[in-house]
Design a protein around this ligand. Structure first.
Ligand code: AMP
Ligand code: MG
Length: 542
């Protein structure tokens, strides 16, 4: 069994000497399937008092008859109801490395398809993720748990089922960072490292190198994607398509009545508006997903499958985080239109279940996507600028700022942050303090003073506002810290040498992206990215 090889090398953070046995609460490590009664004292916060169920997924859907396999922690405490000290137990290490199957868990791999870079790619599926079950927590929330990088599944195709440390650190940190930025996303509970070799051609140039593998325990309310439905339509499995869709609506769209004959239309309408909302939110923090294929677009409109993503430094609508994306198909400025393309593929998948009238209405819903996206984008950027109420020139004010940012290559995150910190008086005088380095860059534009005049005039029209109120409001929506590529890279390089201090620092800092933090300032996280950051590359290889 492949997982055995992982055990001696496991290096979860914080996994120090506190072994499970020393607490005397857990079953023997070699008991891979404990009965619930095996837990000597059943305490809610202990792993051994836990149960997972896969019934709600297994009962309604057919399972492949082939048995062989061919080919601080908010999440722990507040989602998984575990005591944070569980990190130190060998039981936990076995669980998060895939060695221990929790009571009630039946590891599953999901079959899905997808449109990749514009073309139908056929069947894909969970090739290196195992869905290990659904956990219902003390708040009654239902979370689907996956181990990513946990080995081959029937959908691994030519892959090895593994994930490398660098991409796992990036997924772990970024999914958590996005949550704290207020952006719908999957979450990450743990990351465990192996000394097993994983071979990767990182830049697809024939230079195959040995890397370290890792497994992330990740969570989402649902992992179903647009591609989950597409595969069923493509293969003509319409009965299953209907069952899956009804299941998703019943489980995750409580406002839609199951006896409503228009339920698929309502589902589509919700996914259209929520996807537009998600992409507008990505844009509001300068996030480029990198691989916007339909198999990476969640039906719950959360950010999933972090790969060669990137937060842009200098504002640039042509920013492409993924060096494998030669055609720049998924550049940041294309994300909104790619969202429309992906939703059109969702509609194609739903079509067999819609009557002619519903089909027509669905097309109209899709036509409304652009306007909805734009209104959300405007709303978010108005909030970023501290604007209250309505003004017909607001779109112009936003576009004007973005244009001078593009011309001056001003930093996206820090421009908005420094606008939140600078006083209106300082702006009026055009006296920009030296430490406001992004505004210093922006200030070099010949139209900067014109934009400032227009902005201050607009701020004056805010009803019931003051400059202090404006700045307080703006600092709660404009982050000071994001997971810049250089920061992730620096943490990954150290992690590769067994030093997880920067991963832990980033995990802590990014939990409070809107608050100035001494440790983050010392680490230079709000400074101009270092020169070497310009040459960093991330590819699809992970
Ligand atoms: P991604 O681009 O990571 O979302 O992956 C696209 C598809 O390739 C999904 O079906 C993955 O499960 C699969 N895949 C990616 N890497 C591997 C791997 N190392 N082994 C098996 N399948 C993989
Ligand atoms: Mg994927």
């Amino acid at each position: 069994m492949w997982w055995r090889r992982w055990l001696p090398a496991c290096l979860a953070w914080g996994c120090v000497a506190a072994l499970c046995g020393s607490r005397g609460l857990c079953p023997a490590p070699n008991a891979s399937r404990p009965e619930p009664g095996q837990c000597p004292r059943r305490r809610a916060a202990e792993l051994c008092a836990w149960a997972l169920s896969s019934d709600s997924l297994l009962d309604p859907f057919p399972v492949d008859v082939i048995q062989e396999n061919y080919v601080r922690n908010d999440v722990l405490e507040n989602i998984l109801d575990l005591d944070v000290s569980v990190k130190g137990s060998s039981d936990f290490l076995e669980f998060v490395s895939g060695a221990k199957v929790i009571f009630g868990s039946v590891p599953l791999a999901h079959r899905y398809g997808g449109h990749q870079f514009g073309s139908w790619a056929g069947q894909l599926g969970d090739g290196r993720a195992h869905l290990i079950g659904v956990y219902t927590n003390r708040h009654g929330e239902r979370w689907e748990l996956q181990l990513k990088g946990s080995g081959k599944t029937p959908y691994s195709r030519n892959g090895d089922g593994r994930a490398v440390l660098r991409s796992s650190v990036r997924e772990f940190l970024c999914s958590e960072a996005m949550h704290y930025l207020g952006i719908p996303t999957s979450r990450a509970a743990s990351l465990i490292v192996s000394d097993d070799d994983v071979w990767r051609d990182q830049f697809y140039n024939g230079n195959i190198k040995k890397e370290r593998g890792a497994i992330v325990l990740r969570l989402a309310k649902s992992w179903f994607r647009i591609g989950s439905l597409e595969i069923l339509t493509h293969s003509g499995e319409l009965d299953l398509l209907r069952r899956l869709l009804d299941f998703i609506i019943q489980e995750h769209f409580p406002s839609i009545a199951m006896n409503d004959s228009n339920r698929y239309l309502e589902f589509f309408s919700t996914v259209v508006s929520e996807t537009a909302n998600l992409i507008a939110m990505w844009m509001s923090v300068g996030f480029a997903h990198g691989v916007c294929n339909t198999d990476n677009f969640s039906l719950l409109s959360i950010t999933i499958d972090y790969g060669p993503f990137g937060f842009m430094d200098s504002y640039d609508p042509n920013f492409v985080p993924n060096t494998s994306d030669d055609e720049r198909k998924y550049k940041i400025g294309n994300q909104a239109s790619v969202g429309l393309f992906n939703l059109s593929k969702l509609l194609q998948a739903l079509k067999p279940l819609l009557d002619p009238r519903q089909n027509q209405l669905a097309s109209q819903i899709l036509e409304g996507y652009g306007e909805y996206y734009y209104s959300r984008f405007t709303e978010l950027f108005k909030t970023k600028l501290g604007l209250l109420g309505e003004n017909e020139n607001d779109n112009f004010l936003i576009a004007f700022l973005l244009k001078i940012m593009e011309d001056t290559k001003a930093d996206f995150t820090m421009t908005f942050r420094e606008l939140s910190e600078i006083t209106a008086d300082q702006l009026k005088e055009l006296s920009i303090p030296e430490e406001f380095w992004a505004l210093q860059d922006l200030g070099k534009h010949k139209l900067f003073s014109e934009w400032v005049t227009m902005y201050l005039l607009r701020l004056n029209s805010n009803k019931g506002d003051s400059d202090t109120k404006r700045r307080t409001r703006m600092t709660t929506v404009n982050p000071r810290y994001i997971l810049r590529n250089w920061m992730a890279e620096s943490a990954v390089q150290k992690a590769n040498l067994n030093d997880f201090s920067e991963v832990q620092l980033l995990e802590q800092v990014l939990q409070h992206p809107f608050q100035r933090q001494e440790a983050a300032e010392r680490a230079g996280y709000s400074l101009h990215p270092p020169a070497w950051a310009k040459h960093l590359k991330v590819s699809c290889s992970s």
